[in-house]
Design a protein around this ligand. Structure first.
Ligand SMILES: [Zn+2]
Length: 149
């Protein structure tokens, strides 16, 4: 009785995790297609390769682990499946976030410490006060600084 309940919970968890992962993979693939399409580098011929090398290994390994967790040895494969599923979910969520960032051009903005104009964060901005290119070059800095004091 207890074993049946435990197997049922694992069964639900495995199927639910697989659904989440497949959903993430579809979202990631669609974003990849849109991204490639908008940068005019989309090539339908590359899609089968992408599916075979980037998606099949994840789905295949998880389906096999999931099947082992369901039918072979839940105590052993349930844990391996859970750890693998979490790793794959993290990987694809990271991929999706990075694609969205790249596509929408999301940037962290900061303000120039001299003229107050917004500017994108650059590596240099993390060292000391952020200064925009214009103020860095000098020239107009002084008259604008008065307005922002
Ligand atoms: Zn400035």
């Amino acid at each position: 009785m207890f074993e049946e309940i435990a197997a049922g919970i694992i069964g639900q968890g495995v199927l639910y995790a697989l659904q989440v992962i497949i959903g993430l993979i579809i979202a990631d693939t669609l974003l990849g297609i849109i991204k490639a399409y908008s940068s005019k580098s989309f090539d339908v011929a590359l899609l089968p390769d992408y599916l075979r090398t980037s998606i099949l290994p994840y789905v295949g390994a998880l389906v096999i682990l999931g099947a082992c967790a369901l039918y072979v040895q839940p105590e052993l494969f349930g844990g391996i499946f859970a750890a693998s599923a979490v790793a794959v979910i993290v990987k694809f969520v990271t991929d999706i976030v990075n694609k969205i960032k790249a596509m929408t051009g999301v940037k962290f903005e900061t303000e120039c410490s001299i003229c107050g104009e917004s500017m994108p964060y650059s590596l240099e901005s993390f060292e000391g006060e952020p200064v925009c290119d214009r103020c860095f070059a000098g020239g107009v800095a002084e008259e604008e600084a008065d307005d922002n004091s």
